[in-house]
Write a protein that binds this ligand. Structure first.
Ligand code: SF4
Length: 264
C-alpha cells in the first residue's frame, strides 16, 4: 500500500513529546483561509517554484511536491532514529494535510510503529469518517487536535466544511481515554474574538482527556509559498500575531487544561 507524502522531518520538537520524526501526508478536506501549508492541501502531486539566490542573481527551478511511498519505505527512515526516540521520550507524528484522509495508509504506518514500540501521535483537523478514526485509535498514543471556530456557519465560511464531525470525533477520542492536545490557531478577527474563544473554552472544559492547549499565533511566512505555487492566499496579513494578545489569550485559558503553551 502506498501513501502520498510531501515531507519527512527528523528531529521535530513541536509535534508531540521528545524528539520526533514527523511524516507529512498530502491531502486535506479543509481549505482554511489562513493555511500555512498550501502544498499540503491537494491529494495529488503538484509543483512549486524554488528560488535560489547566488550573488546578485536569483535562479528558479520547479520542484515536485508529493511522493508515493510504501509503509516499509517510510519505516526504514523512521527506524533510523529509534535511539533518539528512546532517549528523549519521542516517537513518530503523522501530520499533513490531514493524515486520516489516507486512513488505510495512516493506520498501517501507525500499526508498524507500534510493532516497533515507537510512540505515535497524529496531528489532525478531526474531519474524517468516524470509522476511519476508530480504525487508527488502537495504534495512536496521542492526538494533536485542531479546534478553530465554534460557530458552524463561520467554520464553513473560513474552512470550507462544518464543524459537527470534528466535534463528534473529539468526543470519540475522549471516550476512548486517549490523551489530547488541543491546537487553536490564533487568526486575527477570525478565531481570536472573545465569543469564539469562550465557546472553544466551553468545549475544552467539557471534554475529558485534554492534557494541554497549544495556541498557534498567525505568522505571515506562508505568503511566499502561495506565490511560488501560482496561488493567492484567501487570508493574508503582513504582520505576525501580536505577542501581547497571545499572552492574554493564554491567561484566558489558564484553568482549562493542565498546561497551556504559545507556539506548540
Ligand atoms: S486543516 Fe491544516 S492543512 Fe488543512 S487547510 Fe486547514 S490549516 Fe491547511
Amino acid at each position: 500500500m502506498l501513501g502520498l507524502i510531501f515531507d519527512i522531518r527528523s528531529f521535530s520538537v513541536h509535534d508531540g513529546p521528545g524528539i520526533r520524526q514527523t511524516v507529512f501526508l498530502k491531502g486535506c478536506p479543509l481549505r482554511c483561509a489562513w493555511c500555512h501549508n498550501p502544498e499540503s492541501q491537494k491529494n495529488e502531486t503538484e509543483t512549486i517554484r524554488k528560488n535560489k539566490k547566488i550573488g546578485n542573481k536569483v535562479f528558479s527551478s520547479v520542484e515536485k511536491v508529493g511522493k508515493w511511498m510504501g509503509v516499509d519505505e517510510v519505516m526504514k527512515i523512521v527506524k533510523k532514529d529509534i535511539p533518539f526516540y528512546e532517549e528523549s521520550g519521542g516517537g513518530v507524528t503523522l501530520s499533513g494535510g490531514e493524515p486520516m484522509m489516507q486512513g488505510e495508509f495512516a493506520g498501517s504506518l501507525l500499526n508498524a510503529c507500534k510493532n516497533e514500540n515507537i510512540h505515535t501521535t497524529i496531528d489532525t483537523c478531526g474531519y474524517a469518517e468516524p470509522q476511519v478514526l476508530e480504525s487508527i485509535l488502537p495504534f495512536t498514543d496521542l492526538f494533536l487536535y485542531d479546534l478553530k471556530i465554534a460557530d458552524e456557519q463561520k467554520h464553513t465560511q473560513y474552512t470550507g466544511v462544518g464543524n459537527q464531525l470534528i466535534l463528534s470525533n473529539l468526543k470519540i477520542i475522549s471516550k476512548n481515554n486517549k490523551p489530547i492536545i488541543i491546537r487553536i490557531p490564533l487568526i486575527p478577527d477570525i478565531t481570536d474574538n472573545i465569543a469564539n474563544l469562550e465557546a472553544l473554552r466551553n468545549i475544552i472544559e467539557s471534554t475529558p482527556g485534554i492534557i494541554r492547549i497549544d495556541l498557534l499565533p498567525y505568522h505571515s511566512s506562508a505568503y511566499n509559498k502561495y506565490e511560488r505555487m501560482g496561488r493567492i492566499p484567501v487570508y493574508s496579513v503582513s504582520e505576525n500575531y501580536d505577542s501581547q494578545k497571545a499572552a492574554e489569550i493564554k491567561d484566558f485559558f489558564n484553568n482549562s487544561a493542565p498546561f497551556i503553551s504559545i507556539g506548540g
